[in-house]
Design a protein around this ligand. Structure first.
Ligand code: CA2
Length: 142
């Protein structure tokens, strides 16, 4: 049986759709999860959101064993977390970094991504569609 594609979301993304729709869009994370499940077709998706770094790392470890690919929106940990980078570097599967906004076009502190240093590639700036483009890339790579 094909292993599932893991989609891991970082802190505060549970509040998507409730604030800053001009930056992050008006869709909720539940809406994005449904879009991803539709786009994945027969492939299984394990979709999760975590407000703590440790919980994200535990889920990356799970993806390492049970996943065929990983999509990750690390949210603010993108710009701070060597621990997430180290976890991602242990994976032998495609790792695609996802962002709703385009961090490179925002504040200077968002221009550094530790996660990008361990990712296969990054999709940024297309709102919820970033997830679908990333998912398509993962499926094409598998
Ligand atoms: O654009 C993205 O997807 C980000 O990963 C979102 C993070 C931000 O720190 C990154 O630089 C780029 C922020 C997620 C916060 O989520 C919110 C949800 C609802 C309302 C406000 C923020």
């Amino acid at each position: 049986m094909t292993k599932p594609i893991y989609i891991i979301n970082g802190p505060n993304l549970n509040l998507l759709g409730q604030r800053e729709p001009d930056i992050y869009g008006s869709q909720t994370l539940t809406d994005i999860q449904a879009l991803c499940r539709d786009a994945a077709g027969k492939r299984d998706i394990v979709f999760s959101q975590h407000n703590s770094e440790g919980a994200m790392i535990d889920q990356i470890h799970e993806a390492r064993t049970y996943g065929s690919a990983l999509l990750i929106n690390p949210a603010a940990y993108t710009h701070t977390s060597v621990a997430l980078l180290d976890a991602i570097k242990t994976l032998d599967i495609p790792v695609i970094e996802i962002h709703l906004s385009n961090p490179a076009a925002r504040e200077t502190f968002r221009t550094l991504s530790y996660v990008a240093m361990g990712a296969t590639g990054t999709v940024s700036g297309f709102g919820a569609q970033s997830y679908l483009l990333g998912l398509q890339a993962a499926i094409n790579l598998l």
